[in-house]
Design a protein around this ligand. Sequence first.
Ligand SMILES: [Zn+2]
Length: 214
Amino acid sequence: MKKLSLGKLKIVYTEKKDGNMRISSNRENLLKNFNLDKLSIPNQKHTAYIFNINEYRNQEADGLYTDKKREALGVLTADCMPIVLSDGTILTVIHAGWKGLFEGILEEAVSKLKNKEKAVAFIGPSARICCYQVKEDFLQHLKKYNIHVDKRHLRKNEEGYTFSLQEVAKDKLKEKGVNHIVDISLCTICKEDFFSYRKGNFEERILTFAWLED
Ligand SMILES: [Zn+2]
């Protein structure tokens, strides 16, 4: 488990050795280290829906947001991107694979912020261009969703391409006026420290969560 401080924004992400964070008792044990009352996680389904935690009743969603201090929000991932976004007033935490990303979950998250100039975005451990293999037919999604790609996003190899979800996320953030981006640059597929769906961890998940201090 690693903790980062970006001013009043606190971010924690877990590693394989912390256990499968899909199991609630593992999350509860972890939370004891941080003196937080609770941790909320959405009912993740690769959607572009995000909810205010006050109004959230476990609908399908891939992100939560809050304006309350010390309200911890998290997502479970194994190759998809955990993204934390905050302007110091609003905190949003989302889960984004290609589908949610292309369908606009990040734009949805940015729209909840009050002050984009002050915003910081964090991109956590996830599958990256070194390893994230896509086939030729993936290109049709890029076309359908009008996703700009160049050599930062797509690299040709024998089996098709490797793709960078993170570069698409950065483009989208910058387009919406969020320029302060902290990318942890850790790949869940080639780094042994994380669970990876692509490598056969179908049930196991790492957890990324965040909160704002007073
Ligand atoms: Zn890799």
